[in-house]
Design a protein around this ligand. Structure first.
Ligand SMILES: Nc1ncnc2c1ncn2[C@@H]1O[C@H](COP(=O)(O)O)[C@@H](OP(=O)(O)O)[C@H]1O
Ligand SMILES: [Mg+2]
Ligand SMILES: [Mg+2]
Ligand SMILES: [Mg+2]
Length: 312
Protein backbone atom coordinates (compact mmCIF):
# COMPACT_ATOMS: atom_id res chain seq x y z
CA UNK A 1 0.00 0.00 0.00
CA UNK A 2 1.43 3.39 -0.92
CA UNK A 3 -0.08 5.51 1.91
CA UNK A 4 0.73 8.58 -0.18
CA UNK A 5 -1.69 10.65 1.90
CA UNK A 6 0.57 10.42 5.01
CA UNK A 7 3.31 12.97 5.73
CA UNK A 8 6.72 12.07 4.35
CA UNK A 9 8.48 11.61 7.73
CA UNK A 10 5.83 9.07 8.78
CA UNK A 11 6.07 7.23 5.46
CA UNK A 12 9.87 7.01 5.59
CA UNK A 13 9.73 5.59 9.14
CA UNK A 14 6.97 3.13 8.20
CA UNK A 15 8.99 1.98 5.17
CA UNK A 16 12.16 1.91 7.27
CA UNK A 17 10.61 -0.46 9.81
CA UNK A 18 9.76 -2.96 7.09
CA UNK A 19 13.05 -2.68 5.24
CA UNK A 20 15.10 -2.91 8.45
CA UNK A 21 13.37 -6.22 9.22
CA UNK A 22 14.32 -7.50 5.76
CA UNK A 23 17.91 -6.26 6.16
CA UNK A 24 18.07 -8.09 9.50
CA UNK A 25 17.10 -11.37 7.85
CA UNK A 26 19.81 -10.82 5.21
CA UNK A 27 22.36 -10.29 8.01
CA UNK A 28 21.28 -13.58 9.64
CA UNK A 29 21.43 -15.40 6.28
CA UNK A 30 25.00 -14.29 5.59
CA UNK A 31 26.07 -15.47 9.06
CA UNK A 32 24.37 -18.85 8.74
CA UNK A 33 26.01 -19.44 5.34
CA UNK A 34 29.33 -18.69 7.07
CA UNK A 35 31.00 -16.79 4.24
CA UNK A 36 31.44 -13.33 5.69
CA UNK A 37 33.59 -11.91 2.86
CA UNK A 38 35.51 -9.61 5.23
CA UNK A 39 37.19 -6.53 3.72
CA UNK A 40 39.38 -4.22 5.84
CA UNK A 41 38.29 -0.70 4.79
CA UNK A 42 40.98 0.82 7.01
CA UNK A 43 42.66 0.01 10.31
CA UNK A 44 40.10 -1.33 12.80
CA UNK A 45 37.30 -0.82 10.29
CA UNK A 46 35.79 -3.93 8.68
CA UNK A 47 33.09 -4.51 6.10
CA UNK A 48 31.39 -7.86 5.46
CA UNK A 49 29.04 -9.31 2.88
CA UNK A 50 26.26 -8.63 5.39
CA UNK A 51 27.12 -4.88 5.50
CA UNK A 52 27.12 -4.74 1.67
CA UNK A 53 23.94 -6.73 1.11
CA UNK A 54 22.00 -5.02 3.90
CA UNK A 55 22.95 -1.63 2.46
CA UNK A 56 21.85 -2.66 -1.05
CA UNK A 57 18.51 -3.85 0.28
CA UNK A 58 17.87 -0.67 2.30
CA UNK A 59 19.07 1.87 -0.27
CA UNK A 60 17.35 0.17 -3.22
CA UNK A 61 14.05 -0.13 -1.35
CA UNK A 62 14.02 3.41 0.02
CA UNK A 63 15.21 4.92 -3.28
CA UNK A 64 12.40 3.15 -5.11
CA UNK A 65 9.80 4.38 -2.64
CA UNK A 66 11.25 7.89 -2.17
CA UNK A 67 13.10 8.85 -5.34
CA UNK A 68 13.40 12.52 -4.33
CA UNK A 69 14.94 11.99 -0.90
CA UNK A 70 18.70 12.14 -0.28
CA UNK A 71 19.89 8.85 1.25
CA UNK A 72 23.45 8.42 2.57
CA UNK A 73 24.72 4.94 3.49
CA UNK A 74 27.91 3.91 5.29
CA UNK A 75 29.09 1.60 2.53
CA UNK A 76 29.12 4.26 -0.19
CA UNK A 77 27.57 3.95 -3.63
CA UNK A 78 25.88 0.57 -4.10
CA UNK A 79 25.16 -1.18 -7.37
CA UNK A 80 21.37 -1.21 -7.28
CA UNK A 81 20.83 -2.67 -10.76
CA UNK A 82 21.26 -6.36 -10.06
CA UNK A 83 19.84 -6.88 -6.64
CA UNK A 84 17.52 -9.86 -5.99
CA UNK A 85 13.85 -8.90 -6.32
CA UNK A 86 13.12 -10.25 -2.82
CA UNK A 87 15.43 -7.56 -1.40
CA UNK A 88 13.13 -4.82 -2.71
CA UNK A 89 10.73 -3.97 0.10
CA UNK A 90 7.78 -1.80 -0.91
CA UNK A 91 5.62 -2.23 2.22
CA UNK A 92 5.11 0.39 4.90
CA UNK A 93 4.33 -0.64 8.46
CA UNK A 94 0.57 -0.25 8.86
CA UNK A 95 0.69 -0.37 12.67
CA UNK A 96 3.14 2.54 12.78
CA UNK A 97 1.01 4.56 10.36
CA UNK A 98 -1.86 4.46 12.86
CA UNK A 99 0.09 7.04 14.93
CA UNK A 100 -0.64 10.72 14.39
CA UNK A 101 2.09 12.72 12.78
CA UNK A 102 3.49 15.47 15.05
CA UNK A 103 2.27 18.88 13.83
CA UNK A 104 5.70 20.11 12.92
CA UNK A 105 6.12 17.52 10.13
CA UNK A 106 2.58 17.77 8.76
CA UNK A 107 3.44 20.60 6.42
CA UNK A 108 6.64 19.24 4.84
CA UNK A 109 5.68 19.55 1.21
CA UNK A 110 7.18 18.00 -1.89
CA UNK A 111 9.18 21.21 -2.55
CA UNK A 112 10.84 20.98 0.86
CA UNK A 113 12.02 17.40 0.44
CA UNK A 114 15.59 18.62 0.05
CA UNK A 115 15.52 19.39 3.78
CA UNK A 116 15.13 15.64 4.49
CA UNK A 117 18.16 13.32 4.63
CA UNK A 118 18.13 9.60 5.48
CA UNK A 119 21.28 8.21 7.12
CA UNK A 120 21.76 4.44 6.80
CA UNK A 121 24.10 2.21 8.80
CA UNK A 122 23.29 -1.18 7.27
CA UNK A 123 25.10 -3.04 10.05
CA UNK A 124 26.30 -1.32 13.19
CA UNK A 125 28.75 -3.34 15.26
CA UNK A 126 30.56 -5.05 12.38
CA UNK A 127 33.56 -6.01 14.54
CA UNK A 128 31.21 -7.68 17.03
CA UNK A 129 29.36 -9.42 14.16
CA UNK A 130 32.63 -11.01 12.96
CA UNK A 131 33.49 -12.05 16.54
CA UNK A 132 30.13 -13.61 17.41
CA UNK A 133 28.75 -10.91 19.73
CA UNK A 134 25.57 -10.98 17.70
CA UNK A 135 23.30 -9.28 20.21
CA UNK A 136 25.34 -6.07 19.72
CA UNK A 137 24.51 -5.90 16.01
CA UNK A 138 21.88 -3.42 14.81
CA UNK A 139 20.57 -1.89 11.59
CA UNK A 140 20.21 1.90 11.83
CA UNK A 141 18.01 4.16 9.70
CA UNK A 142 17.91 7.81 10.78
CA UNK A 143 15.94 10.74 9.37
CA UNK A 144 17.03 14.35 9.62
CA UNK A 145 14.91 17.38 8.80
CA UNK A 146 16.64 20.77 8.46
CA UNK A 147 19.88 19.16 9.73
CA UNK A 148 18.31 17.87 12.98
CA UNK A 149 18.07 14.14 13.79
CA UNK A 150 14.31 13.76 14.26
CA UNK A 151 13.39 10.13 13.68
CA UNK A 152 14.96 6.73 13.52
CA UNK A 153 14.87 2.98 13.61
CA UNK A 154 17.13 0.57 15.49
CA UNK A 155 16.59 -3.02 14.38
CA UNK A 156 18.25 -5.86 16.31
CA UNK A 157 18.39 -8.93 14.07
CA UNK A 158 19.47 -11.28 16.89
CA UNK A 159 17.21 -10.11 19.70
CA UNK A 160 15.51 -13.20 21.15
CA UNK A 161 11.98 -13.11 22.47
CA UNK A 162 10.81 -16.68 23.05
CA UNK A 163 10.52 -18.29 19.63
CA UNK A 164 10.73 -14.95 17.84
CA UNK A 165 13.97 -13.45 16.63
CA UNK A 166 14.63 -9.78 15.94
CA UNK A 167 12.93 -6.60 17.09
CA UNK A 168 12.52 -3.12 15.67
CA UNK A 169 12.53 0.01 17.78
CA UNK A 170 11.45 3.39 16.44
CA UNK A 171 11.40 6.94 17.69
CA UNK A 172 10.16 10.28 16.41
CA UNK A 173 10.58 13.58 18.22
CA UNK A 174 7.17 14.90 19.18
CA UNK A 175 5.60 11.43 19.00
CA UNK A 176 7.74 9.19 21.24
CA UNK A 177 9.20 5.70 20.91
CA UNK A 178 7.82 2.26 20.11
CA UNK A 179 8.69 -1.37 19.53
CA UNK A 180 9.96 -1.89 23.08
CA UNK A 181 9.35 -0.92 26.67
CA UNK A 182 11.67 1.90 27.79
CA UNK A 183 13.01 1.67 31.36
CA UNK A 184 14.28 4.81 33.09
CA UNK A 185 17.37 4.07 35.16
CA UNK A 186 17.35 5.30 38.76
CA UNK A 187 19.89 7.67 40.26
CA UNK A 188 20.65 5.68 43.39
CA UNK A 189 24.36 6.35 43.77
CA UNK A 190 25.35 3.97 40.99
CA UNK A 191 26.69 5.43 37.74
CA UNK A 192 26.94 2.93 34.90
CA UNK A 193 28.83 3.96 31.76
CA UNK A 194 28.62 2.15 28.44
CA UNK A 195 31.46 2.57 25.99
CA UNK A 196 33.20 0.99 22.99
CA UNK A 197 34.45 -2.62 23.00
CA UNK A 198 36.58 -2.47 19.90
CA UNK A 199 37.72 1.17 19.53
CA UNK A 200 38.95 1.86 23.06
CA UNK A 201 41.84 4.34 23.46
CA UNK A 202 43.49 6.64 26.00
CA UNK A 203 41.14 9.54 25.33
CA UNK A 204 38.03 7.36 25.78
CA UNK A 205 39.51 5.91 28.97
CA UNK A 206 40.26 9.36 30.45
CA UNK A 207 36.72 10.56 29.81
CA UNK A 208 35.15 7.40 31.25
CA UNK A 209 37.39 7.51 34.36
CA UNK A 210 36.54 11.19 34.97
CA UNK A 211 32.91 10.16 35.56
CA UNK A 212 33.98 7.73 38.32
CA UNK A 213 31.64 5.00 37.10
CA UNK A 214 30.55 2.24 39.46
CA UNK A 215 30.36 -0.11 36.42
CA UNK A 216 31.59 0.00 32.81
CA UNK A 217 29.74 -1.89 30.06
CA UNK A 218 31.97 -2.31 27.02
CA UNK A 219 29.68 -3.24 24.13
CA UNK A 220 29.73 -2.87 20.34
CA UNK A 221 27.82 -0.44 18.15
CA UNK A 222 26.33 3.02 18.66
CA UNK A 223 22.81 1.56 18.30
CA UNK A 224 23.32 -1.07 20.99
CA UNK A 225 24.90 1.42 23.39
CA UNK A 226 21.95 3.79 23.08
CA UNK A 227 19.67 0.80 23.73
CA UNK A 228 21.53 0.33 27.05
CA UNK A 229 20.41 3.89 27.95
CA UNK A 230 16.83 3.35 26.79
CA UNK A 231 16.45 0.07 28.68
CA UNK A 232 17.74 1.25 32.05
CA UNK A 233 21.10 -0.55 31.91
CA UNK A 234 23.42 2.47 31.74
CA UNK A 235 23.33 6.14 32.70
CA UNK A 236 25.75 7.44 30.04
CA UNK A 237 27.37 6.43 26.73
CA UNK A 238 30.88 7.88 26.52
CA UNK A 239 33.06 7.93 23.39
CA UNK A 240 35.44 10.89 23.67
CA UNK A 241 37.22 10.23 20.39
CA UNK A 242 36.61 10.67 16.66
CA UNK A 243 35.46 7.45 14.93
CA UNK A 244 31.65 7.36 14.89
CA UNK A 245 29.97 8.81 11.79
CA UNK A 246 26.63 10.49 11.13
CA UNK A 247 25.00 7.17 10.16
CA UNK A 248 26.03 5.76 13.58
CA UNK A 249 24.36 8.53 15.56
CA UNK A 250 21.41 9.89 13.54
CA UNK A 251 18.88 7.16 14.40
CA UNK A 252 20.13 6.54 17.97
CA UNK A 253 20.12 10.31 18.72
CA UNK A 254 16.59 10.79 17.41
CA UNK A 255 15.19 7.79 19.30
CA UNK A 256 16.99 8.63 22.54
CA UNK A 257 15.86 12.26 22.38
CA UNK A 258 12.29 11.28 21.45
CA UNK A 259 12.29 9.61 24.87
CA UNK A 260 13.88 12.54 26.74
CA UNK A 261 17.59 11.58 26.68
CA UNK A 262 20.34 13.63 25.02
CA UNK A 263 23.14 12.83 22.52
CA UNK A 264 25.82 15.43 21.71
CA UNK A 265 29.54 15.84 21.11
CA UNK A 266 31.99 16.25 24.04
CA UNK A 267 31.26 19.99 24.15
CA UNK A 268 27.52 19.40 24.61
CA UNK A 269 26.61 20.49 21.07
CA UNK A 270 24.34 18.58 18.73
CA UNK A 271 25.71 17.39 15.41
CA UNK A 272 24.18 18.60 12.13
CA UNK A 273 22.79 15.95 9.81
CA UNK A 274 22.28 17.90 6.60
CA UNK A 275 23.26 16.41 3.25
CA UNK A 276 26.57 18.30 3.23
CA UNK A 277 27.49 17.31 6.80
CA UNK A 278 31.00 15.94 7.33
CA UNK A 279 30.54 12.23 7.96
CA UNK A 280 32.94 11.95 10.91
CA UNK A 281 31.71 12.88 14.39
CA UNK A 282 35.06 14.50 15.11
CA UNK A 283 34.19 15.60 18.64
CA UNK A 284 33.05 12.20 19.88
CA UNK A 285 29.74 11.07 21.32
CA UNK A 286 28.31 11.70 24.79
CA UNK A 287 24.79 10.44 25.42
CA UNK A 288 22.75 10.32 28.60
CA UNK A 289 19.54 8.63 29.71
CA UNK A 290 16.41 10.67 30.41
CA UNK A 291 16.99 10.72 34.19
CA UNK A 292 20.60 12.00 33.94
CA UNK A 293 21.74 15.65 33.85
CA UNK A 294 23.54 15.78 30.49
CA UNK A 295 25.28 19.10 31.16
CA UNK A 296 26.68 17.73 34.39
CA UNK A 297 28.28 14.85 32.46
CA UNK A 298 29.69 17.30 29.87
CA UNK A 299 31.14 19.41 32.69
CA UNK A 300 32.93 16.36 34.12
CA UNK A 301 34.77 15.60 30.86
CA UNK A 302 38.32 16.93 31.49
CA UNK A 303 39.10 20.34 29.94
CA UNK A 304 42.46 19.16 28.55
CA UNK A 305 40.71 16.34 26.70
CA UNK A 306 38.18 18.80 25.21
CA UNK A 307 41.05 21.10 24.18
CA UNK A 308 42.90 18.24 22.52
CA UNK A 309 39.78 17.26 20.57
CA UNK A 310 38.71 20.76 19.49
CA UNK A 311 42.26 22.05 18.95
CA UNK A 312 41.36 25.07 21.13
N1 LIG B 1 38.32 4.43 15.29
C1 LIG B 1 37.28 4.07 14.51
N2 LIG B 1 37.49 3.77 13.21
C2 LIG B 1 36.44 3.41 12.44
N3 LIG B 1 35.18 3.32 12.85
C3 LIG B 1 34.93 3.61 14.13
C4 LIG B 1 35.98 4.00 15.03
N4 LIG B 1 35.43 4.21 16.23
C5 LIG B 1 34.10 3.97 16.10
N5 LIG B 1 33.81 3.61 14.85
C6 LIG B 1 32.49 3.22 14.30
O1 LIG B 1 31.45 3.61 15.18
C7 LIG B 1 30.54 2.54 15.40
C8 LIG B 1 30.50 2.22 16.87
O2 LIG B 1 31.77 1.80 17.29
P1 LIG B 1 32.03 1.12 18.69
O3 LIG B 1 31.33 -0.19 18.67
O4 LIG B 1 33.50 1.01 18.80
O5 LIG B 1 31.43 2.05 19.71
C9 LIG B 1 31.01 1.36 14.55
O6 LIG B 1 30.19 1.34 13.40
P2 LIG B 1 30.16 0.11 12.32
O7 LIG B 1 30.27 -1.15 13.06
O8 LIG B 1 28.85 0.36 11.66
O9 LIG B 1 31.30 0.37 11.38
C10 LIG B 1 32.46 1.71 14.27
O10 LIG B 1 32.98 1.25 13.07
MG1 LIG C 1 31.51 0.05 9.49
MG1 LIG D 1 28.03 1.90 12.77
MG1 LIG E 1 28.06 -0.14 9.89
Amino acid sequence: MAHTQCPIVMRILAAGIQVANRAGSIIRDVMSKGELGIVEKSKNDLQTEADRSSQQCIIASLTKQFPNIKIIGEEGQSDLCNIPSEWLVMEQDAEFLKNSCPNKYLTLTEEQFDSVVVWVDPLDGTTEYTQGFLEHVTVLIGISVNEEAVGGIIHQPYYKNGEDIGRTIWGLKGLGVGGFQPIDIRNDGQFVVTTTRSHFNESVKNAVDALKPTEILRVGGAGYKVLQLLEGKAHAYIFASPGCKKWDTCAPEAILEAHGGVLTDVMGNHYSYGEKAIHLNKLGVIATAKTVDHQNVINLIPANLKEAMTGK
